[in-house]
Ligand binder design. Sequence first.
Ligand code: KIV
Length: 272
Amino acid sequence: MSVAKKEYKRVTVKSLVEMKSNGEKISMLTAYDYTMAKIVDGAGIDVILVGDSASNVMAGHETTLPITLDQMIYHASSVVRAIHRALVVVDLPFGSYQSDPKEALRSAIRIMKESGGHAVKMEGGKEVKDSIKRILHAGIPVMGHLGLTPQSIYKFGTYTVRAKEEQEAQQLKEDALMLERAGCFGIVLEKIPAKLAQEVAKSVSIPVIGIGAGNGVDGQVLVTHDMIGMTHEFNPRFLRRYMNLYEEMTNAFSKYGEDVKRGDFPNDDEQY
Ligand code: KIV
């Protein structure tokens, strides 16, 4: 079903809730630097996530745990300088909010003040409820993140689909309702069964954005470097690759290398 799209000059947390109630799907992609953010924003993507996946994608760490608050602020401020329309959501990194609500608020304030981001995202349900409330109380919009929460990878042990068992699914549904009641403006659901994700999306009035959570939710998010095929070793079922940049870039770099070696670059037109 195609839905008449309202034009948003700037996407706000309110626009996202409006999109959900109008049945308009929400698009979200990651960016960690100015140049990529400019392209993503120019393409009309609604939300740019400065994800802690920067830890993997930009820094080459195995998990998202090592990235620091200072590094997230650096990435986020580069992204903010590029955007004209998208809402910029910044991940609170591991270790910057788990110990207590005061620390969580301090970290969120640093992100808002020092990067100019528009909202923060944090992983977890009832265990981070007090921190979420404290941040919201300071006027900072918060997006929740349930299901596969990569900051807890050592607790889970693997990156497999979450909430397949009834008990975990039930907890996830309760956590989603709690996030809505606490005042979050949206929730990311990562790698859970599509049926459960659809049920959650129907049970709350705030937008639910899925990654590996099927098509019954209110929007989708992917890691940009994965969807443009710049990374090529990560091949989960939920990932649609729109380009094969790994191959194209490899070809371009090796062609350049050959041209330099052969003395073919620069030619007469490419010099002063
Ligand atoms: O850090 C990230 O990129 C994320 C997405 C996978 C949702 O949290």
